[in-house]
Design a protein around this ligand. Structure first.
Ligand code: ADP
Ligand code: 5GP
Length: 207
């Protein structure tokens, strides 16, 4: 029986370590496909178009919205971010577990369309450590870091909408935990209806 892919949403405060975690998850396990988002923000040093993001002008992004080419999109800290539809649907159909690393407004929109999606929220061990990681990453100005910390305080209000939290203290432990949660999700009755029905049919004669 072919295993269907699960749509996995990974959210969390900027700087919590989502990018780092997801990269490790993809390096260590083979059944994942990572969706590359489109954004209107500027590339950070070291980021490449088509690898971290598809970097678009505002007009190009708005055209994608109009063409229904995005599963969801959201405005975050003055820029648009959105998930291209085609890749996600292809990969799920091919049985891959597809990871969307997106913020909370987008996560809730995806959950409405894909009820079966698994929503994970990555937490830092403390707020102090979160700021330390944002500063340590060295990719944003103090002003942008303050904005992202402020946004984290707002996002913290929405955590209960998620299915699981994972605490990114030790990276390796957290990667393993993320993988284990996803493996467990494959074993819910709702995701194994066909198998369950087959066994029931086989057991009919035992009644
Ligand atoms: P996000 O994608 O959530 O914005 P990043 O993956 O860019 O976060 O991580 C933010 C910073 O924190 C990076 O400099 C990264 O190397 C560091 N980091 C990530 N995970 C850990 C961890 N478990 N322990 C210490 N530092 C970490
Ligand atoms: P960053 O600018 O740090 O790469 O990302 C900022 C925020 O946008 C992060 O919380 C990230 O998860 C989120 N994000 C990235 N891609 C998407 C997307 O396609 N849709 C939505 N809704 N959020 C996204």
């Amino acid at each position: 029986m072919k295993r269907k892919g699960i749509l996995i949403i990974v959210s969390g405060f900027s700087g919590a370590g989502k990018g780092t975690l997801v990269k490790k998850l993809l390096e260590e396990y083979s059944n994942y496909a990572l969706s590359i988002s489109a954004t209107t923000r500027q590339p950070r040093p070291g980021e490449a178009d088509g690898r971290e993001y598809f970097f678009l002008q505002k007009e190009e992004f708005e055209r994608k919205i109009a063409e229904n080419g995005l599963i969801e999109y959201a405005a975050y800290c003055d820029n648009y971010y959105g998930t291209p539809r085609e890749y996600v649907e292809q990969q799920l159909a091919a049985g891959k577990d597809v990871i969307l690393e997106i913020e909370i407004q987008g996560a809730l929109k995806v959950k409405k369309q894909y009820e079966d999606a698994v929503l994970l929220f990555v937490m830092p061990p403390s707020a102090e450590e979160l700021r330390r990681r944002l500063v340590g990453r060295g990719t944003e100005t103090k002003e942008v870091i303050d904005k992202r910390m402020h946004r984290a305080a707002e996002e913290a209000e929405g955590i209960e909408a998620y299915d699981y939290i994972v605490i990114n203290d030790d990276l390796q432990t957290c990667v393993r935990q993320l993988h284990e949660i996803i493996m467990a999700a494959h074993n819910t009755p709702g995701r194994n209806r066909e198998f369950i029905e087959n066994i029931r049919t086989e057991l009919e004669g035992e009644k």
